[in-house]
Write a protein that binds this ligand. Structure first.
Ligand code: SIN
Length: 492
């Protein structure tokens, strides 16, 4: 049994922001466990920046309005206001820790543009390396006060009488099973991108947090809202990483193989229309067998501005000097998740959720570009402050031996292709029941407390989590009968 005060599961910006803020108080033992190496998370891959109303031409009320509009106004208005109004100070404080954001020629913060923002509001670090730079800076602020345990997968939360008191894990290198007891358990496991065949997400992002939370009795919310990003670098049907929306913000244009601009006449904001609109358009062309390219002829200093995109392209044989990048949509961000307040509070005592795994309602039906790193930073800080002022003690838990073997599970690729077909970019109302029936063959709803920790591998838990989370997403998609935001449903 390992005792810690605060146990954080995950290592993205939300996780590190909680740890960093708690370190300032210097009164708690903090442990981070992460399924892969410390930097294996979506945040490290994030090419977009952080949206914040810091420019003298901006106002956080406009940031609020843009966020609500992108989210189709079903966002939690209070959560949005808390996010956008707290953001400027949080970013200024972060800069004081040594974080360096890109500057313009006058030495002021440089503000870029992304889809559905009314003005330039996005700050970047290292061009398209913002996520990685923020992760590295946060890591500097928590070392050496926080214990970081890498390559350890959380298998199940330890819950008794509606209270969470820690988690059971297995280290994938040593095979060791660990029982953690924690006064505060923080889920910061990210989203669900690997439930789909094409995704911008890290390989570790398999919906584990939602599945564990569901088994623990957590309320979940808005699971049907999965955001697809229109431009993944895609070669022969396989996605190799993101081509940031900032490329379109800098003048990139989507064209078909005849060079025709495909967003012309589709939406007044054309290539910078909301992501669901652009993704559906690209996907419609893709389904007709057309190839779609991002034409970067108008983007000045492409290599310098987009070093990560350049690197991904060149690794996969695409020469950016030819100015045409082959693209298709891929799963990018989950607006739904574990129902939580901006401070991370869930319906389970002792259990908190922050970042993409949480659904505070801040993103509504569709997230505004570059609001996710912001959410991790701001709500991570709010959660840490809440923990600091809320004394709480874990219960003693006697873990029961369970014997269920997770045998006859499908391959991950089969789950991914089912998800894309039935609950992907376009959903068919008369078909979703088919994937629900398919998932139910694996009893995602019936095995609580029965799964043997010792006899099932991490891979088996991961697949079972994908089945559970996929099933929950499909059930939510089936119950929302009309199209809104990222949930686009046609009748047949
Ligand atoms: C991007 O760089 O296009 C992604 C930004 C985001 O998802 O907010």
């Amino acid at each position: 049994m390992i005792k810690t005060d605060v146990l954080i599961i995950g290592s993205g910006i939300a996780a590190l922001s909680v740890a960093s803020e708690l370190c300032k108080y210097k009164n708690k033992k903090i442990t981070i466990i992460t399924k892969g190496p410390i930097k294996a998370c979506n945040s490290s891959l994030a090419q977009g920046g952080i949206s914040v109303a810091l420019s003298d031409k901006d106002d956080y009320h406009w940031h609020y309005e843009d966020t609500m509009e992108a989210g189709c106004n079903i966002n939690d208005a209070d959560a949005v206001m808390k996010l956008v109004s707290t953001a400027p100070q949080v970013i200024l404080d972060f800069i004081k820790t040594g974080m360096v954001f890109d500057k313009d020629s006058d030495g002021n913060l440089a503000f870029g543009r992304e889809g559905a923002h009314r003005l330039n509001r996005i700050i970047h670090a290292g061009g398209d390396r913002t996520g990685l730079r923020v992760v590295e800076q946060l890591l500097r602020t928590i070392t050496p006060d926080v214990t970081i345990i890498q390559n350890e997968m959380a298998l199940d939360l330890r819950v008794k009488n509606g209270k969470c008191s820690g988690v059971i894990t297995r280290n994938s290198k040593t095979g060791e099973i660990n029982y953690y007891t924690a006064d505060y358990t923080v889920l910061a496991t990210g989203g669900i991108g690997q439930l789909y065949p094409s995704t911008s997400n890290d390989i570790t992002i398999t919906g584990d947090g939602i599945a564990m939370a569901y088994r623990a009795g957590c309320k979940l919310k808005n699971l049907e809202f999965v955001q697809f990003h229109p431009t993944m670098l895609t070669i022969d049907g396989k996605a190799y990483g993101l081509v940031s929306e900032a490329v379109r913000g800098a003048g990139g244009i989507l064209v078909n193989d005849k060079g025709e601009k495909i967003m012309e006449g589709v939406h007044p904001q054309k290539d910078l229309a909301p992501r669901d609109v652009v993704s559906r358009e690209v996907y419609a062309h893709y389904l007709k067998g057309e190839k779609i390219y991002l034409d970067i002829s108008a983007v000045k200093d492409f290599r310098a501005k987009f070093p990560t995109v350049t690197e991904i392209c060149e690794e996969h044989g695409v020469n950016v000097d030819n100015k045409l990048l082959p693209v298709a949509p891929g799963a990018h961000f989950h607006m739904g998740g574990v129902e939580a307040a901006p401070e991370g509070i869930t319906n389970i005592e002792g259990l908190y959720a922050v970042g993409e795994v949480a659904c505070t309602g801040v993103h509504g039906a569709n997230r505004l570009a570059s609001n996710s790193l912001l959410e991790g930073l701001v709500f991570g800080k709010l959660l840490a402050d809440y923990i600091e002022k809320t004394p709480q003690k874990a219960d003693e838990i006697f873990d029961e031996n369970s014997s269920l073997l997770l045998s006859s599970l499908p391959e991950k690729a089969e789950i991914q292709s089912q998800m894309m077909n039935f609950v992907g970019i376009v959903r068919h109302s008369g078909q979703i029941h088919k994937i629900i029936d398919w998932f139910e063959k694996y009893s995602p709803d019936k095995n609580f407390g029965k799964i043997s920790i010792e006899q099932n591998t991490n891979e088996q838990f991961e697949i079972y989590n994908m089945l559970t989370t996929g099933w929950l997403v499909a059930k939510s998609a089936e119950s929302r009968k009309y199209s809104i935001g990222a949930h686009y449903i046609v009748k047949d």
